[in-house]
Design a protein. Structure first.
Length: 159
């Protein structure tokens, strides 16, 4: 099904705020047959542990803050429960997607890991976050790098 928003190609990933990524992964392994040996990766810049896997062609991220003041820990504390934190929408052109959202009254949120507002490079593409939520869910946009752009990013970051 094609999106009515010309800027959105589809869902890039869904990120869930969890208290314990390993425990949450166990439930996905039991109930949805996600591989139990799915790696949980630590991201020092954002101080998160993340279990990443695919279900139905969509990337899931189970995100645990390792810092009590971290993004996901604070979000869980504010809401009183774990759950869907944000949906990242893949877009053809992040500048067009942001302009469209801002024309509709959206404001931009700071990327807590990078301390940048608006479009900026991340490991998989250019990203930006809206300060506005839809149904209590944060919105992220990502323009995924082409293979050439990914190589440039990796060379720049020394990955």
């Amino acid at each position: 099904m094609k999106s009515d928003n010309p800027n959105v190609k589809g869902i890039k990933h869904m990120a869930f705020g969890v208290k314990d990524a390993a425990k949450a992964l166990e439930a996905y392994a039991r109930f949805l047959h996600v591989p139990a040996d799915t790696e949980i990766e630590f991201f020092p810049k954002s101080k998160n542990r993340v279990a990443l896997f695919y279900l139905g062609g969509i990337e899931y991220q189970l995100c645990e803050s390792t810092d009590p003041d971290g993004r996901f820990a604070k979000w869980i504390e504010e809401r009183g429960s774990e759950g869907l934190h944000h949906i990242c929408y893949e877009v053809d052109n992040i500048d067009d997607a942001l302009a469209h959202a801002q024309e509709q009254g959206a404001t931009l949120r700071i990327c807590q890991a990078c301390q940048v507002v608006g479009s900026h490079p991340h490991p998989e593409g250019w990203v930006a976050f809206l300060d506005d939520e839809a149904g209590g869910i944060e919105i992220e946009f990502m323009q995924v790098y082409t293979p050439e752009q990914l190589k440039e990013y990796e060379d720049y970051k020394g990955i």
